[in-house]
Each structure stands twice: as C-alpha cells, then as structure tokens.
Design a protein around this ligand. Structure first.
Ligand code: HEC
Ligand code: HEC
Ligand code: HEC
Ligand code: HEC
Length: 409
C-alpha cells in the first residue's frame, strides 16, 4: 500500500465520524421567504478520493496537514471560520496563480464537472468541521476534574454509580458520546444533586480530550466509519420535530426563549464544540422545557449527528444574496465589461443569465474551473486585471445570475 493510499484511508476513516452531506441554500423568491433546501448532495468520501487519489488538488494543497505544501492548506487550520462562499471567492481570486503553477509544473489540468465539485466541497466542508484528535493526558486529568470519576470507573478504577466507561459499546465518536450523555443526563443530574456537585461543563477541546482518554482505555478495535453519513436536511427536520424551534429561532424564525442559533457567530463552532455547548446549557434548557411542558428530547441512532450537521451548516451556507447588490458587484468588478452589465451576453463573453440553469456557489466554482483559463486569457489579452470577488460578493452575484432576464429571454 502506498503512503498516499494509506493517507486516504486514514482520512476517509476519520471522516466517518462526521460525514456530512453537503447542502446549499436557495432563495424562494415567490414567497419572499428564505428556506433551506438540499438540491445538491455531495459525498465527502468521493470528494476525498478526487482530492487525493486523482491528485486533482493534493498535488499542491494539503487538508489538515495531509498532502502537498505548495499551496495553502484547505482544512480547519486555516479556514474553520469560512463559509462556502468565502472558499469559492478565495478560489476565484487566486485562480490565475494556481493556473500559472500548473503550467510551470506541467501538470495536466484536472477536468472537473459540477458533480465532482459538489463532492469536493462536501469533503472540504467535513474536513473543516472535523475536530482535532484529543489529548489523552489532558483527558485523564479532566476525568477527575470534571467529577466523572466520582460516579464512573474506567477499567474498574473509580466510582460505581454509573457504568464503567471503558465497557461502553457504540459511543466511540464525539457525537455518539455526546448523544449518549445527553440521553442519560437526567440520571446524571439527579446524582449530581445528591452528591452536591455542580453540572460539569466543557470548553474548547475538552470533550475531545476526555473521549481520547476513554478510548485509549477501551479494549478492542473501534470503528469510526460505522457512523452513517449525517444529513443537514434531516437535521433541519429534527430541529422542528424535537421542538428546538419552539425556543430557538433560525435567522429570526422560531421561538425566542433561547438564543437565535442561525445568527452569525463571531467564532463559528465545530461539531464537537456545538455538542459541548448543548451539553453545558442542557440543565437550563430542561428547566425551560419543564416550565413550558415541552417534552425533553432524546436522540437515537443518527439523529444527534444530523442535528449537529444542520447547526454547523448554518454558518457554512450563507444566506441568499441580494440581486441588486449582485448587479452592482457584477459591473464594478468588471464582469459586465465582457458579459454585459445585465449578464445578457456581449462581444467578449457569453450570456450568463436566463439560460434555464440555476446558479449556485458550486456551479460558479465549476465554471471557474472549466472556463476560467480561457476567461483569464481574454482578460490578459484585453490588458484588463483579473476581476476579483470579495467574500460577500459570491452570494450576491449568484442571486443576480439567477434572476430572470427582463423580457422573458
Ligand atoms: C498546481 C498546483 C495547484 C493545484 C493542482 C490546485 N491548486 Fe488551488 N491553489 C494553488 C496555489 C499556488 C494557490 C494560492 C494562490 C495565491 O496565493 O494567490 C491556490 C489557491 C487555492 C484556493 C484559495 C485558498 C486561500 O487560502 O486563499 C482554493 C480554495 C483552492 N486553491 C482550491 C483548489 C482545489 C479545490 C483544487 C483541486 C480541484 C486546487 N486548488 C488545485 C495551487 C494549486
Ligand atoms: C453524579 C454521578 C455522575 C457523574 C458525576 C457523571 N455521570 Fe455519567 N452517568 C451516570 C449514571 C447514573 C449513568 C447511567 C444513566 C442511565 O443509565 O440512564 C451515566 C451515564 C453516562 C454515559 C452513557 C453510558 C451509556 O450507557 O450509554 C456516559 C457516556 C457518561 N455517563 C459519561 C460521563 C462523563 C464524561 C462524566 C464527566 C463529565 C460523567 N458521566 C459524570 C452518573 C454520573
Ligand atoms: C424550552 C426551551 C428550549 C428548548 C425546547 C430547546 N432549547 Fe436550547 N436553549 C434554551 C435556553 C433558555 C438556552 C440558553 C441556556 C443557557 O444560557 O444556559 C439554550 C441554549 C442552547 C444552545 C447554546 C446556544 C449558545 O450560543 O450559547 C444550543 C446550541 C441549543 N440551546 C440547542 C438546542 C437544540 C438543538 C434544541 C432541540 C433539541 C434545543 N436547544 C431545545 C431553551 C431551549
Ligand atoms: C475579459 C473578459 C471577461 C471577464 C472580465 C469576465 N469573464 Fe466570464 N467569461 C469570459 C469568456 C470569454 C467566457 C467563456 C470561456 C469559455 O468559453 O471557456 C466566460 C465564461 C464565464 C462563465 C461560464 C459560462 C458557462 O457557459 O458556464 C461564468 C459563470 C463567468 N464567465 C462568470 C464571470 C464573472 C462572475 C466575472 C466577474 C467576476 C467574469 N466572468 C468576468 C470572459 C470574461
């Protein structure tokens, strides 16, 4: 087995834990309401193979440190806080240098279709939300500090109120682990009261570290990959069916007992950090539920993973942009010079609107990949600069390109 193959297998195994399907946001114009809809589903495993095995990107880029170092790392180390649109705009802006490097290295231009790009972005999405490995030594300390040892043993050492955590089955990923803790929390809460201890809370990487410690002490092989791929779309339904929406709004829609979970955060969270946050707030949440006679939700199988995938996706998929700002951007950045100010097509570039195809950040990235080199050539020949896009431009340009052309063309 080559080193590269091993790398891919390692990565694919790691992604099993938080495998997510990629989703995108569309704007339903008729009802003037934003809504989430999956119209594109990518498979991160296929994306990982494209990235590494077919060498489309790993020839130059790494993801979370794995891969070549000729170009920026595209994993969480750099872009944890980026949305899909930000990655697409970064790719757009840097494309000419990327192409120059490909020419200099005489590497074949990877041919990517829209479907491939969907898989690649699904992979980059999961890579960015994959959490770093935990620190076993820190985890051992936390097991004492957080009071787990007062009730739980690890391999026979520790308290006997709850089960020996080294013997547990099926809680080998941070998400499963949090789900199990969540479901058993009422029993834990009862016992913390009688032992007069406060509710243990987790910050940053603590949940990961603790799990790393427990796993290091479990016998037998643990298989991360058994976790089914999570789906933000199913998560959105769970958010409604488990009554989260009764207390939490997403971008203003829903209840206001708890904080709006769709609001742009200063520091978007990884899936495990989200899990930690839910855990920390859970006693307050239950009290609020009891007061309103809302049943306390429990989660089975894939549900918690789906829910967290949905919550994490809120900061990955941007809200729909503005058609009118998009039109201004299209002109100001110089796209209109070639494509016409209404994107109706002009001498130097084809028509982009009213072609009966919906445009998304991913189809825009695909167009860049397929047509970009020619577009770049044309730009250079005309002595014009490469038109760059700001982080927020992508959503607006997409909204503009999806608007029908006047006159019904
Ligand atoms: C031949 C080398 C090469 C290949 C192959 C390549 N890239 Fe790049 N890429 C680069 C370089 C170099 C840059 C940085 C350019 C700059 O700094 O202006 C870059 C920049 C980027 C950026 C912007 C990153 C940032 O931090 O701003 C993204 C996103 C990106 N590439 C995605 C991809 C994807 C996806 C693939 C595979 C389909 C790919 N690249 C293949 C060389 C490459
Ligand atoms: C005050 C006692 C107490 C404390 C403190 C406590 N637990 Fe528990 N825990 C329990 C009990 C009792 C159960 C079993 C509940 C049940 O079966 O419904 C349990 C169940 C669990 C489970 C689920 C086991 C399963 O069968 O799926 C996990 C995981 C867990 N605890 C982890 C922890 C961690 C991590 C800590 C430290 C942050 C901790 N617990 C602190 C009492 C406690
Ligand atoms: C009965 C009302 C209620 C329900 C139902 C409820 N929550 Fe909460 N939630 C709250 C309150 C109140 C807080 C703030 C608690 C605190 O500050 O400790 C909160 C906090 C949170 C937080 C932390 C937010 C932050 O930024 O600090 C998350 C995440 C969360 N809830 C997710 C959920 C999910 C997912 C569900 C559905 C499974 C849910 N909540 C159901 C009331 C509720
Ligand atoms: C210098 C002229 C020029 C500029 C400036 C320019 N383009 Fe293009 N664009 C072209 C040409 C020429 C093609 C067709 C390339 C081909 O046939 O492969 C094209 C193709 C495209 C396509 C793919 C169309 C398809 O058939 O799928 C998209 C999308 C696009 N451009 C968007 C943009 C955006 C957005 C901007 C501004 C940020 C921009 N272009 C700026 C000349 C230009």
């Amino acid at each position: 087995m080559t080193a590269k193959r091993q790398m891919v297998i390692w990565l694919v195994a790691a992604f099993g834990a938080t495998t997510l399907l990629t989703a995108a946001l569309i704007f339903e114009r008729r009802s003037e309401q934003t809504r989430w809809s999956i119209f594109m589903v990518g498979d991160p495993h296929v994306g990982a193979r494209l990235f590494f095995e077919k060498d489309a990107c790993a020839h130059c880029h790494s993801v979370n440190g794995v891969g070549a170092k000729l170009a920026p790392d595209l994993g969480f180390s750099r872009s944890q806080h980026d949305s899909l649109n930000q990655i697409v705009s970064a790719m757009w802006n840097h494309a000419p240098r990327m192409w120059e490097q490909m020419r200099a290295e005489k590497i074949a231009y990877p041919d990517l279709r829209s479907e491939d790009m969907t898989h690649l972005f699904a992979f980059l999405y999961t890579a960015r939300y994959l959490d770093e490995r935990g620190d076993e030594v820190a985890g051992e300390r936390l097991f004492q500090q957080k009071g787990c040892a007062r009730c739980h043993a690890i391999r026979g050492e520790g308290g006997g109120v709850g089960p020996d955590l080294a013997t547990l089955e099926g809680v080998d990923t941070p998400i499963r682990w949090t789900q199990a803790m969540w479901n058993h929390a009422p029993a834990m809460e009862k016992n913390t009261e009688s032992l007069q201890m406060s509710w243990p809370v987790f910050e940053g990487h603590e949940m990961n570290d603790l799990l790393a410690y427990v796993r290091a002490n479990c016998g037998g092989q643990r298989r991360e990959t058994e976790l089914l791929p999570a789906s933000p779309d199913r998560g959105r339904k769970i958010f409604q069916s488990k009554s989260c929406i009764a207390c939490h709004a997403i971008e203003g829609k829903g209840g206001h007992v708890g904080p709006d979970l769709g609001a742009k955060r200063q520091t978007p969270l990884t899936i495990v950090q989200f899990a930690g946050l839910m855990w920390n707030h859970s006693p307050a949440m239950w009290r609020a539920s009891e007061a309103r006679s809302i049943p306390r939700p429990t989660f089975q199988g894939q549900e918690f993973a789906d829910l967290l995938a949905f919550l994490a996706s809120l900061s990955y998929f941007d809200l729909p942009g503005s058609e009118s700002i998009g039109q201004t951007v299209f002109q100001d950045r110089g796209c209109g010079y070639c494509h016409g100010n209404g994107a109706e097509g002009a001498q130097e570039g084809p028509k982009l609107r009213g072609r009966g195809r919906s445009v998304t950040a991913i189809t825009l990235a695909t167009s860049l990949w397929q047509h970009g080199p020619k577009m770049y050539q044309r730009t250079s020949a005309l002595g014009r600069p490469w038109p760059t896009l700001n982080e927020t431009d992508v959503g607006d340009v997409v909204a503009f390109l999806n608007a029908p052309l006047e006159g019904g063309h």
